[in-house]
Ligand binder design. Structure first.
Ligand SMILES: Nc1ncnc2c1ncn2[C@@H]1O[C@H](COP(=O)(O)OP(=O)(O)OP(=O)(O)O)[C@@H](O)[C@H]1O
Ligand SMILES: [Mg+2]
Length: 237
């Protein structure tokens, strides 16, 4: 619907299915029409928003592509990142608090995390993000042929905005997974790099899962949100 033919294939003004963004835009008091009419500078707020939104549409898994940040503390966290944005050419997420979503299986932690990334998209703040589940992260960092685990590690450690899903989900923590967790959390803590973590535990169990030193840093760097309720997957089934 709200396409702009002239800009459709342009990297700077990518096509976005603005209809699918109606609710998120409404949360910012904006409408799809306002974004569709944009013809301006590549670095203005609307162009940045459209690029952020296109990234979300390409990179968010299908199941969470319409996710909305509904939890008030999640929205407050995202708003803080926007308020603290720096950058010379355009406002950019550089440093800020992290977010830790805790709670049992199926309450909607991953949904809220993607909802937060989608909430950030139309704010006009440059917010490139990388998402990975902890188990995929460990797999990617295991030494194997033609793999440079250190390069992989630093790509993630230094990402501007990082979402690590399901920290501590591995059945048996090993020295390797503990070291990866510690190095990553420690680097992001020390450099105040905003990170979204989810973990399938309640706060009292976190240190048992990830160890005291990681849990302590998470407590220091994160807005902690505990989600409660039923498993939405079972309910839906
Ligand atoms: N607020 C919501 N509105 C609609 N659907 C939701 C919402 N929150 C979660 N869901 C749906 O419920 C299911 C479970 O959500 P999600 O995957 O986010 O749970 P989770 O807490 O991350 O679970 P796990 O700990 O097993 O990873 C998903 O199918 C998701 O799309
Ligand atoms: Mg999840």
């Amino acid at each position: 619907m709200y396409t702009n033919q002239a800009h459709q294939n342009d990297r700077l003004f990518p096509h976005v299915d603005l209809d699918a963004w109606k609710q998120t835009l409404a949360a910012h008091g904006r409408t799809p029409e306002q974004l569709a009419e944009h013809q301006g500078d590549a670095n203005d707020s609307t162009a940045i928003s459209r690029r952020n939104m296109a990234r979300c549409d390409q990179q968010i898994p299908l199941m969470f592509r319409q996710a909305l940040a509904e939890h008030p503390d999640v929205v407050t966290w995202a708003r803080t990142l926007v308020q603290q944005a720096g950058g010379r050419v355009a406002p950019r997420v550089e440093h800020g608090p992290s977010l830790l979503l805790l709670g049992p299986t199926g309450v909607g932690k991953t949904h809220q995390a993607y909802g937060a990334l989608r909430w950030l998209a139309p704010t006009g703040v440059v917010a490139p993000w990388t998402a990975v589940s902890a188990v995929d992260l460990y797999a990617a960092l295991r030494p194997r042929k033609n793999n440079d685990p250190e390069a992989e590690f630093w790509k993630l450690a230094m990402a501007e905005l990082l979402f690590i899903d399901d920290v501590g989900a591995e059945r048996k923590p090993t020295e390797f997974t503990e070291e990866v967790n510690f190095r990553l959390v420690n680097y992001r803590y020390a450099h105040r790099l905003p990170t979204i973590f989810t973990s399938n535990v309640m706060p009292q169990q976190l240190a048992d899962r990830v160890g005291d030193r990681v849990a302590s840093r998470l407590a220091g760097m994160c807005t902690q949100v505990v989600m409660r309720g039923d498993d939405r997957r079972r309910k839906a089934a």
